[in-house]
Write a protein that binds this ligand. Structure first.
Ligand code: Y39
Ligand code: FE
Ligand code: FE
Ligand code: FE
Length: 230
């Protein structure tokens, strides 16, 4: 009931809303841009899957354009410097893994962690979005499940050989996600998105992905606990 009362108070044209939107919208645009490039990079590391990965990279580029339109529609200028900073740690870790030819780490960062983050953010955003952004986000989130699924299937097929690298990459990158969630908490709340709901949705998607890949419940619990103190 309180949720409903809060939601009805959202004023998409208020300065408070637009100020928070200038950062969240930028984060999403930058995320889509980086995801676009990450799938192109992974296509180089996985020539067998090149056509599929290029198809996914093009979807990310369309997502970016959709979210740019959402910002314009609210007359908001996205703060792209803020967003680059927001993604810099995951970005650097992806770049390092790519340079070392560590495709398993690249897949964990982009196709599991970032996709699960996107799915959580978009699912929680849809019910509180302005009507224009809601329509766009509903289309986008369907694609993000396809992206997560690509990572799941590849890692499931290479599970035994990937397991140790996945555990290491999880330990290194999951704490960064908690920091990112903490950083975005206040702005998300202005948009009607609760951090608790974001964390819950993220852990459901990420945990389900780890399960589908082949990790046991015990292993998933252990991996999920990493970085909780961040
Ligand atoms: O695969 C993708 O399309 C992912 C790039 C997009 C990431 C979106 C990250 C959203 C975080 C927003 C946090 C708002 C509460
Ligand atoms: Fe996307
Ligand atoms: Fe995606
Ligand atoms: Fe709250």
């Amino acid at each position: 009931m309180q949720e409903l009362a809060l939601r009805s108070e959202l004023d998409f044209n208020s300065e408070t809303y637009k100020d928070a939107y200038s950062r969240i919208n930028a984060i999403v645009i930058e995320g889509e841009q980086e995801a676009h490039q990450n799938y192109i990079d992974m296509a180089q590391l996985l020539p067998e899957d090149e056509a599929e990965l290029i198809r996914l990279s093009k979807m990310e580029n369309r997502h970016k354009k959709g979210f740019q339109a959402c910002g314009k529609n609210l007359d908001v200028t996205p703060d792209m410097d803020y967003a680059q900073q927001f993604f810099s740690q995951l970005h650097n870790n992806f770049q390092t893994a790519k340079a070392e030819g560590k495709i398993v780490t690249c897949l964990l960062i982009q196709s599991l962690i970032i996709e699960a983050f996107a799915i959580a953010a978009y699912n929680i955003y849809i019910p509180v979005a302005d009507p224009f952004a809601r329509k766009i986000t509903e289309g986008v989130v369907k694609d993000e499940y396809t992206h997560l699924n690509f990572g799941e299937i590849w890692l499931k097929e290479h599970f035994e050989a990937s397991k140790a690298e996945l555990e290491e990459a999880n330990k290194k990158n999951l704490p960064i996600v908690w920091q990112m969630l903490n950083q975005v908490e206040k702005d998300a709340e202005v948009l009607g998105m609760e951090k608790e709901a974001l964390v819950e949705d993220f852990m459901i998607s990420y945990g389900e992905a780890l399960s589908n890949i082949g990790f046991s419940t015990r292993e998933i619990m252990k991996m999920s606990s990493h970085g909780l103190s961040a």
